[in-house]
Design a protein. Sequence first.
Length: 289
Amino acid sequence: MSNINSAKFDIREYLRLDRFPHFLCPGCGHGMALRALLWAVEEKGIDKDKLAVVSGIGCAGRLSAYIDANTFHVTHGRPLAFATGLALARPDLNVVVITGDGDCLAIGGNHLIHACRRNLNMLCLMLNNEVYGMTGGQVSPTTGKTRTTTTTPLGNAEPTFDSCALAAAAGAGLVGREVTLQVPPLKNLIKEGLEYHGFSFIEVISDCTEVFGRKNDLGSSPEMMLRQKSDLRPSSYGNKVDEPFRPNTLPTGVLSRHDRAEYRDAIEAHAKVVKAVNKTSVQGIDESN
Ligand code: SF4
């Protein structure tokens, strides 16, 4: 069924084809993530004029340049800050942030936790490729323990962030994870994120074949993709790198949902209460006079 729907979907209608050829390396997962996003946009029937995509710096951040919609390519780690202003000023827009693990969890980590806390209506799509790809393959907050990068030539000694657990703990309304190996489920998860009235955070496991896979002898792009749902991924949240291979154990789909007031709604409700209290106080002063 999903193949039939996929055949109807023509991604070229959502791309700035004059920007092609794109910059992605052969086998990079980010193209599949972009396809899933635009496919979800089409199935949701979102008008391109009502779609605003904000992205930061890095390979994931470059994707906004190819999307034929309202796009903002902003400073490193700050797409959530820009998107916050945009979503506050233009609630009529569908605001989507595309960010990478370094952009979102390191340089922009502070913005992420506060975006989750506020629960402002937007979708944050974090493409986790376990490395700073664009700048040459430096270690990132999701690089697995023992993995080799240009800045950890002897192997990474740091534990990794579980970005979904972080987002849920910080208060994100909807949190999910999917892999680029499963594009239709990824598209469906993104649709849920777009539908959710509040802050939705989706981590996409998206392989960097070039500066991460090659450096760690992880094989070809298909070989890397087949390991995406293994709990032996270095970002396997617990760093079980010495345990036997256990495929299909990385949790995917909607991982947590915490329905509560969306930020603008909460502010408006709060403003009404303050106004009512002030009115009562003024009346009280008038009457006492
Ligand atoms: S460096 Fe890695 S993440 Fe960046 S485009 Fe190439 S494969 Fe993709």
